[in-house]
Every structure is written in C-alpha cells, then in structure tokens.
Design a protein around this ligand. Sequence first.
Ligand code: MG
Length: 157
Amino acid sequence: MRIGLGFDVHRFVEGRPLFLGGVEIPFNKGLLGHSDGDVLIHAVADAILGAIAEGDIGTHFPDTDMNIKGIQSGKILAAAAELIKKKGYNIQNLDAVVITEEPKIHRYRKTIISSLAEILGIDQGSISVKGKTTEGLGFTGRKEGIAAEAVVLLTKS
Ligand code: MG
C-alpha cells in the first residue's frame, strides 16, 4: 500500500472560466495558472505522484513548458493515473477537500466526482470530494483564491 498527499492553491482572476475536477463551474471568476488552473485536479495529481514517489506535477509538467500552456488539467491527471498503472498500482480511494468561500461546492460534488472517476478510470464510490470554507479567515476567506487538498491510497495489483 502507498499513501499520497497533495495540496495546491490558485488565485482568482476575472475573465477565465473556473474548472474544478475537470468540470466547468458557473462563476464570475476563474483560477489563474499556466494550465486551466484546476486546483482540485492538481492536488489529486500531486497526491498520486507523491504516493509513488515520482515528484510532483511541476516535475512532469513544468510551467516553463510553453507547449502545455493552457493545458486541460484532466490530461495531467490522466498521465499521473497512467504512470501508477505502469508501476502496477491501483487507486483504492481518493479523498479531497476544496477550500473556498464561494462558489459552494456541494451543488457540484456529484458532477465533479463523476468527472474524476472517468479521468482516473475508477468507481465513483472510491472518490470523495468535500467543500469547506475557512469561516471568512485567510486568503480563501477573503475570496482571493481556492485551495485544495487530496489524499490517495494505492495498492499494488
Ligand atoms: Mg496548480
């Protein structure tokens, strides 16, 4: 068994679509980033790469690489999933928290879980996504951006 932890933060900006877990969420701001800024996917991909001690998404998809500018983060996650498969691991379960004052996550939870399940090729029942506020405290409380945390458990097939 291997366990991995991922964390990421992206800043809100106007004029970009908001993507969380590969789902476009209706909101008046998006997340700034070299990719589509999908903070949840980045945390999940980092958890997966961390579990197999393969660095982080910055190692595999450096933000200095202009070929991947604006890349759909789903592709990054799919590549991480491919890597663990090659190493003979399966995802047992994934638990993630999206920390943001708004938009409220619970409304999109099922869609996000279904999107992650499809990208990772695992059952929806193996995925948990929770929304959390910080009660108005800190940068998430000031609605300056979104943070995400993820934990993944892998087993050798
Ligand atoms: Mg990121």
